[in-house]
Design a protein. Structure first.
Lengths: 225, 225
DNA sequence: AGAGCACAATTGTGATCACAAATTAGATCG
DNA sequence: CGATCTAATTTGTGATCACAATTGTGCTCT
């Protein structure tokens, strides 16, 4: 378990919240691989808090299915099988177009600029072969768009799914080296600018579908690790 | 905060798990109204545990958005507004047909019998005007069906949504007295027996839509409480 | 050399306590 | 009589500790 767990953390926040955000950011950015194990004392020491807030943060992540606590009490990053990954991408395909459509009427040029900025950064990271940067920019694109929907309940569901898929995606992109990825974000941006709800939904579905296809392609290789 | 918080609890389970299940069951069965407040010491004392496991259980429910912890630290049952209720029923309309369809190929006569049993009990409770019984039977019907899908990731998402809607539904049914409710469960059972996926999905969508309509009908009256 | 076993270290669980912030209650003043 | 300020109480937070179960390790015996 490497250090550098705390990039930029507000000191005034409660300890359990700081731990939660640190772990969450690390999971989303691909800093943890499926099967990795954690200890409460390790997390607590890394973030300089006691065991109590560390436990609360871990249990909160476990409730979001981002971490798993085995009956015996061990804490580990879940290893979703092909069936579970299918569930998760199906949930994305159902929920994310809804969020995008709800964001559409609230879209302005500033949002489109911000999204285009995310997409540019994404393209740069692909060109540079920076997997971590790619994952981060991809997260930023979707999160920025969906946040505009102003739908916290739906957003929470999607974020739980992203937390569950993040560890595998990091591995998937690492395997494929971000090669030959069709950029459906461009299509989404065009639909956004044209105020075309159906085209937007389709672009999101395609983007999710591409992720699902990549995972399916690699998931067979992953079993033998 | 009344007693009778523990109906039937395994003593061997960890304390935090017992507390979680007790609170969860109480929320799902309509035992808590939106805006109700809890205290860690109150929960702990009611279930005869210390504050630590009570806190973990409450925070777990908070992660599932079944409870809310205000910045100042108060614990209360959320009061979703019309916009959030729309989100939640939209999520149900998107996710639950998927679960039903996944349960279809695994359906056998035993499952149909179990579901019909739930539906019968539901009808009895409607006739008797037993709101709590109605809510419980309705939960049992959907949970039994969806569990057959064998899709834990999707199931977790749906359960989070149910936890969020449960407190309002109890109030809604209490207001309407379970009057004149079209029983879409019958249609679902027929589609299940006929192995008709589309009809099944439509029955579920109708059922969810009816719930959404009821909430919309009553939500205006609820603001002035 | 490999399987079985006992001992030691690790680890999650839960209780207790001190503390600070927030809420409530009560008294006082206008 | 009502508003406001103050004090007492309530309440969540987080640290520490003891304990039991699990895990890891090194040794022994075959």
């Amino acid at each position: 378990m490497p250090a550098a767990l705390q990039p930029k953390i507000d000191e005034t926040l409660p300890a359990h919240e700081r731990v939660y955000r640190a772990l969450r950011a690390r999971i989303l950015s691909g800093g943890m691989a499926p099967g990795d194990s954690l200890t409460l004392r390790g997390v607590a020491e890394a973030l300089d808090v006691s065991m109590t807030p560390a436990r609360e943060a871990v249990r909160r992540l476990a409730a979001e299915r981002a971490l798993e606590m085995t009956p015996s009490g061990r804490i580990l990053v879940p290893t979703p099988g092909p069936a579970q990954l299918d569930e998760l991408f199906r949930a994305r395909a159902l929920l994310e177009p809804e969020l995008a459509i709800r964001a559409l009427p609230k879209t302005d040029s500033r949002l489109i600029d911000a999204l285009r900025h995310c997409d540019d950064a994404l393209g740069r990271h692909v060109a540079a072969g920076d997997v971590a940067g790619y994952v981060r920019a991809n997260n930023a694109f979707h999160t920025t768009l969906y946040a505009r929907a102003g739908a916290p309940a739906l957003m929470a569901l999607v974020e739980s799914v992203w937390l569950q898929t993040a560890p595998v995606m990091r591995r998937v992109y690492g395997r494929l080296g971000t090669q030959a990825l069709t950029d459906y974000h461009e299509a989404a941006l065009e639909a956004l600018a044209a105020r075309n709800a159906e085209a937007l939904a389709q672009a999101i579905r395609d983007d999710v579908g591409q992720g699902a296809a990549l995972v399916a392609q690699v998931s067979l290789d992953l079993v033998d690790l």
